[in-house]
Design a protein around this ligand. Structure first.
Ligand code: FAD
Length: 803
């Protein structure tokens, strides 16, 4: 009769022990667990702190007694394995209750000791009130501290999964929460612009967010704690929660001379066998292989731990089973949004010099005519040759789990973006769309690959704005609410009449709110012989990403700075006040995307009397900011905003006409504004010529000079003309991983030639535009992550579970 000893009785250990029993009824199976519980739901701990899980017992998926009865296991809690002697096939045990030490013999040994929270070696780390979360006793300690110390303000250090989950759950308890993150973004498994949506969500839900600044020390000031950052910023609170990543519990393995990886993880082969023949290891303590680059990686997640446990048990019991490696599929809830990813992110592919392209699409979890549709953003990373899927990221309110599940399956099956187009996924109005978001992502990525569309990313536009002309195709109200400096505003309806205004020597980057209308415009421009591209993710992505980038210098993100409480940096959601009026009109704008909600508000407000209150529900996450800006500009009053799992509810009170600071497109006949963006003399002169022409026709004309335009007037010497070299088009379709895509370059060349010929005749009438205004260039701080492995806990880009 074989004796199997399992060290660690939670995710990996408990699964392996149960599997071993299913494979062998006669084996002796001993499970050693240092803590008081086995098989508990550590993933549920943040929610038990926040109150979403009310019953503490629900966290105990199983008990030692149940395990013994159901599986005939010998479960020994409060027993710590303190040594392994591989040559003697023995484990030394410490009974933590009786304090006795003894040895047990094994035929096969499985190690699943997990990983412990990383505590950085900074002064004050041991102060009372500085806590971390891994086990049920940790959870009890945190809850007790919150009650006994009457905690009102908490500082969460670390913006990985556990840090984010804790920030949300502590907010649910009504605490003020500030999160400190060393890197310029939370959730390093996501690309920056995807994580930026979480920055917004955190701030919108009252979490102060301090990015790009690490914890330097903690001080006790009276009965309060102060976290002091590397930049010298001080955040004070009643509790500090460390969520800085985990370190493998591999001392036992090290002492037994088992081979360890560079970061201390136990090295295993695909059968989960360690360097010692009869010892296997699984879970957070081991390093396996990443399926995208085939290199060693450690991904501390429950799914891999469970599947590895099954493979190890099979091999221990004499079966032949192999673990294929991991792709790090993971998901996290951050208030009303969910973020998920699978496979490689841009950072990993760039580091590994794997050529790739990426594409972002915005879709809805189900058709918008069925109530409750919420938007989601999908980013695909794929090979420039053949479109093989390399990674995927999804951020949205609902349906993210289903979408990432499909994409993870596609990735593991080595599908291409063209295969995504063909996937036949279930659809009925409450659940999806005839063109599923995954299909749409496949279509868009495929379009890019076959050259129907080219994209410029927010970073390319930010860093090389002078290479492009920016064409904003959104509606007038959307444009009014904010736009990229230097952009030309021409809607889709007008483009055929106004195409001559676009300088054919430029590559025109078409911008709408999320990218869909911009793609249509890109196609029109290309058919008209212009070089065109689409801004990936549109205005939404551009603003979310550049807003966060500009705040990476030490300091709180201030995407809604006026709503921040001075000195604390925390945005509090405003509660809906009861308006002093009986007239409340309801408007359901849920499911509407892009300009939809704000247009609906605009139209409905026009029908109301001053003082009336409009209550609007919407699901487009951008609406929260749009409506605030809209009220500010139109003299209406925002009474309050509440969010509830992806639904935004606002109340607006209509102001009197005299209060309106700026109104929406006023129907002034023949009124025109000439915007001079260019610092080039010929273009500025062309603007004067056009202005004079319009004035001569009896039109009311205003000239508006941007920073660059003003430079033309200010200069003593002659400004340059517009014959600038075209630097843009060679860069446009270079794979983001590095290598240029030859075929696409060739196509660019042809297009350019074509439109150049037609372009010169129109030059004199052209109002020049360039996207290198201040806004487009703001915040050049690079978001590229330093290759860290350590203190911040992100364990390199392979490790997903950042805390
Ligand atoms: P564990 O489940 O941690 O089990 C290891 C056990 O070994 C521990 O109980 C420890 O006491 C015991 N042990 C260690 N050394 C010894 C010794 N010498 N002798 C005896 N016993 C020993 N993953 C997800 O995929 N999704 C999530 O949402 C998620 N949420 C999480 C939330 C929290 C708060 C935490 C802490 C983790 C979360 N994880 C999540 C990660 C997931 O829980 C781990 O990846 C998984 O539990 C790893 O399994 P494991 O068996 O390797 O280690």
């Amino acid at each position: 009769m074989a004796t199997y000893v399992v060290v660690g009785g939670v995710a990996g250990g408990a699964t392996a022990a149960a599997r071993l029993r299913r494979l062998s009824e006669h084996a002796k199976i001993i499970v050693l667990e240092r803590g008081p519980y086995v098989s508990f739901a550590n993933c549920g701990l943040p929610y038990a702190i926040g109150g979403a899980i009310r019953n503490r017992e629900a966290l105990l998926v199983s008990t030692p007694e149940k395990r013994e009865t159901e599986f005939n296991l010998d479960v020994r809690t409060r027993h710590e394995a303190i040594g392994i002697r591989p040559s003697e096939h023995e484990v030394d045990m410490h009974n933590l209750e009786s304090e006795s030490i003894y040895a047990i013999a094994y035929d096969k040994l499985l190690l699943s000791p997990g990983a412990k929270p990383f505590a950085p070696p900074v002064p004050g780390i041991d102060l009372p009130g500085v806590l971390a979360l891994r086990t049920i006793p940790d959870m009890d300690r945190i809850k007790e501290h919150i009650q006994q110390a009457k905690v009102q303000e908490a500082i969460v250090v670390g913006g990985g999964f556990i840090g984010l989950e804790m920030a949300e759950n502590l907010r649910h308890l009504g605490l003020k929460v500030a999160t400190i993150e060393l890197l310029p973004q939370v959730m390093t498994a996501l690309d920056f612009e995807m994580a930026a949506m979480l920055h917004d969500e955190l701030v919108d839900n009252g979490v102060g967010l301090l990015l790009n600044d690490g914890l330097a020390r903690i001080e006790q000031i009276g009965d309060r704690l102060e976290a002091i950052t590397a930049s010298g910023r001080r955040e004070s609170g009643d509790m500090v929660l460390l969520a800085l990543g985990v370190r493998p519990e591999s001392d036992l393995a090290r002492d037994a001379s088992l081979a360890l990886g560079p970061r201390g993880h136990i090295i295993v082969d695909e059968r989960m066998r360690t360097s010692s023949r009869d010892i296997y290891a699984v879970g957070d303590a081991v390093q396996t292989y990443h399926r995208i680059n085939g290199k060693p990686c450690a991904i501390p997640l429950a799914g891999p731990a469970n599947r590895q446990a099954r493979v190890a048990a099979d091999n221990m019991a004499g079966r032949d089973s192999a673990y294929p490696g991991t792709v790090g599929t993971s998901i996290v809830k951050v208030f009303g949004r969910t973020a998920a990813c699978t496979g490689a992110n841009s950072d990993m592919l760039t580091r590994e010099s794997i050529p790739f392209l990426s594409h972002m699409v915005h879709a809805h979890d189900h058709v918008t005519y069925y109530p409750g549709a919420t938007p989601m953003t999908i980013k695909l990373l794929f090979s420039p040759e053949g479109g093989k899927l390399l990674g995927a990221q999804v951020v949205g309110a609902n349906g993210v789990d289903r979408t990432i599940g499909v994409l993870a399956t596609a990735l593991a099956s080595e599908m291409s973006v063209f295969d995504l187009q063909e996937l036949e996924l279930a659809y009925a109005p409450p659940y999806g769309a005839a063109k599923d978001p995954v299909n749409i992502a496949g279509f868009a990525a495929g379009n890019r690959l076959i050259g129907d569309s080219q994209v410029v990313t927010w970073e390319q536009l930010r860093d090389n704005g002078h290479d492009y002309g920016v064409l904003d195709v959104r509606t007038e109200p959307e444009w009014e609410l904010g736009h990229i400096d230097g952009a030309v505003h021409i809607s889709q309806e007008e483009i055929r009449e106004r195409i001559a205004e676009l300088d054919p020597s430029k590559t025109w980057v078409s911008v709408c709110k999320v990218g869909r209308r911009a793609y249509v415009m890109e196609r029109i421009l290309r058919h008209k012989g212009l070089r065109a591209a689409t801004l990936a993710g549109g205005w939404n992505t551009y603003t979310a990403a550049t807003r966060s980038v500009t705040s990476v210098e030490p300091g709180m993100t201030n995407s809604s700075s006026d709503s921040f409480e001075p000195g604390h940096g925390i945005l509090r959601p405003q509660k809906l006040e009861s308006p002093a009026t009986d007239i409340i009109v309801e408007l359901d704008a849920c499911g509407l995307q892009c300009p939809g909600p704000i247009m609906a508000v605009y139209q409905r407000m026009q029908t109301l009397e001053p003082g009336a209150v409009l209550q609007v529900s919407a699901t487009d996450p951008g609406f929260r900011r749009d409506v605030a800006a809209w009220c500010e500009r139109t003299g209406n009053t925002l009474l309050g905003i509440e969010t509830d799992d992806g639904r935004i509810v606002t109340r607006l009170q209509k102001g009197s006409p005299s209060q309106a600071a700026v109104s929406f497109p006023a129907p002034v006949a023949n009124a025109k504004t000439m915007v001079v963006f260019s610092g080039e003399l010929d273009r500025a002169l062309a603007a004067f010529v056009s202005t004079n022409g319009a004035a001569a026709m009896g039109q009311q004309v205003t000239m508006f000079f941007t920073f660059w335009g003003l430079n033309v007037l200010r200069r003593r010497d002659a400004p340059p003309g517009s014959q600038e070299p075209d630097r843009a088009h060679a860069r446009l379709d270079a794979p983001e991983g590095g290598r240029p895509a030859q075929a696409l370059q060739a196509q660019h060349g042809r297009t350019r030639h074509g439109h150049d010929q037609g372009g010169h005749a129109q030059q004199a009438h052209r109002l020049s535009a360039s996207a290198h205004g201040q806004g487009a260039r703001a915040g050049r701080a690079s978001h590229r992550l330093p290759d860290v492995d350590g203190y911040d806990g992100h364990q390199g880009r392979g490790a997903r579970r950042g805390s």
